[in-house]
Write a protein that binds this ligand. Structure first.
Ligand SMILES: [Zn+2]
Length: 125
């Protein structure tokens, strides 16, 4: 488990080098899908939920993606993501962000390459 302060979390997102905070990306611990606020919006997450759901619920919650793929499931996914949320029964997250003395489970920060790849896929598609 990695525990970092909120400031560090923001600094890591900033370090991804994307064009705006909308494209700062995190990664679902269940399915590995790289996701940003821009992707959540595109997949149907209501505008007023995006801020509270990014890094907490997988993008697949809004596009009926279903459960995370099994390891032997090689079929391409119809839509990005899975139905995972950190609010569920099992905790498999690797990151906690500390704010005002409280630890919040959070999806892991995506690599700069992953974040930029997602941004360009959204911009071009
Ligand atoms: Zn997922």
């Amino acid at each position: 488990m990695r525990k970092i302060a909120l400031e560090e979390f923001h600094a890591e997102l900033k370090g991804q080098g994307v064009s705006s905070p909308e494209h700062a990306a995190v990664k679902c611990p269940a399915c590995g899908t790289v996701q940003s606020k821009a992707l959540l919006r595109k997949q149907g997450c209501p505008e007023d939920s995006i801020e509270g759901q990014i890094g907490f619920s997988c993008v697949g919650r809004w596009n009926d993606a279903g459960p995370p793929p099994r390891k032997d499931d090689a079929a391409p996914r119809r839509v990005p993501g899975c139905n995972w949320t950190l609010g569920g029964l099992f905790s498999i997250h690797d990151l906690e962000v500390q704010k005002d003395g409280v630890s919040h489970p959070m999806f892991e920060v995506a690599s700069p390459e992953e974040a930029r790849k997602l941004e360009s896929s959204l911009v071009s598609g």
